[in-house]
Write a protein that binds this ligand. Structure first.
Ligand code: GLU
Length: 289
């Protein structure tokens, strides 16, 4: 069996999985309204992971986008003042959770909301409390749904993007797998939408400087904040903490169970646990680019 096949086979044994989905994957491109078909499939996939006796966490964006829609503002405008974005997040987060709760209830599952900031990780007591809350939720068989607390997080407090947030969550709760659902199939040597010669990378066995530089050159989608750079940052945190990570295309949400069944989907980032990696210190020193 090839080495890649062997690693993929190991996905079957993952016990605690974090799944991240971005705003652009949850909305219809034409209208910006929520794509209920996708949301339904997403929740069904998560509930099925629970039904297999595994722990699962959803990291979801969409608060700002859904809030903007609710008060009839179109799309996302990066130039909105912070207070406007935060007001939209306050409106949208509640709406987003209401929608998730409804669908989870249809599958007889209980979902919980956890909103985090940088401080949740940096502050020892906050981090201790957050970890205990997750542990208790898992014991109760509940699916935690996480987002950044956008209504209070400002530049100093903010993690800034949900790719990084999902890796931090995976690290915090001792997950063994992180799946980032994106609008791209995985990692390419260049942006395939702009460069037809861009090559798809199946497995990343260590984050080289060259790879990190490549990520910096990429840009994010119009409604979320994550480009390839934030995904590689996420891979760095996850990898250092011993969490394997896959980036896959959210066009078909059912890739989730296929990845966990060991299929060769998306780009796999092999974890290389770094003893002594200090998560709180790393998060404290993180800067937005
Ligand atoms: N937390 C933001 C939201 O829910 C999105 C951040 C991101 O897309 O990475 O709107």
């Amino acid at each position: 069996m090839s080495e890649n096949r062997q690693i993929r086979e190991m996905m079957k044994d993952k016990k605690r999985i974090v799944i991240k989905i971005g705003s652009s994957s949850l909305q219809h491109t034409q209208t910006g309204d929520l794509d209920y078909t996708k949301l339904d499939v997403l929740v069904r996939e998560l509930c099925d992971i629970r039904n297999r006796g595994k722990d699962v966490v959803l990291v979801t964006s969409g608060a700002v986008a859904v809030g903007r829609k609710a008060v009839l503002m179109q799309g996302i405008d990066e130039d909105d003042p912070t207070a406007v974005k935060q007001a939209c997040a306050a409106i949208g987060q509640a709406r987003l959770m209401m929608t998730y709760q409804k669908i989870f209830a249809e599958y007889n599952q209980v979902a919980a909301q956890i909103l985090m900031t940088k401080n949740t990780i940096i502050d020892n007591l906050n981090r201790f409390n957050a970890r205990n809350t997750f542990a208790e939720l898992f014991k109760l068989g509940v699916v935690p749904i996480v987002n950044e607390n956008d209504t209070v997080a400002t530049y100093e407090l903010g993690i800034g993007d949900n790719d990084t947030l999902s890796a931090i969550v995976a690290a915090l709760i001792g997950a063994d797998m992180l799946i980032l659902l994106s609008d791209i199939d995985g990692l390419y040597t260049d942006d395939p939408r702009k460069n037809p010669n861009a090559k798809y990378i199946e497995v990343v066995d260590g984050l080289t400087d060259e790879l990190m530089e490549m990520g910096k050159a990429s840009t994010g989608s119009s409604s979320g904040t994550g480009g390839m750079n934030t995904k590689l940052q996420a891979a760095r945190i996850a990898g250092n903490m011993g969490v394997d990570m896959v980036i896959a295309n959210s066009a078909d949400i059912k890739v989730i169970h296929r990845i966990l069944a060991g299929q060769n989907i998306g780009t796999l980032f092999k974890a290389h646990k770094e003893e002594g990696f200090d998560l709180p210190l790393y998060v404290q020193q993180m800067t937005h680019e």
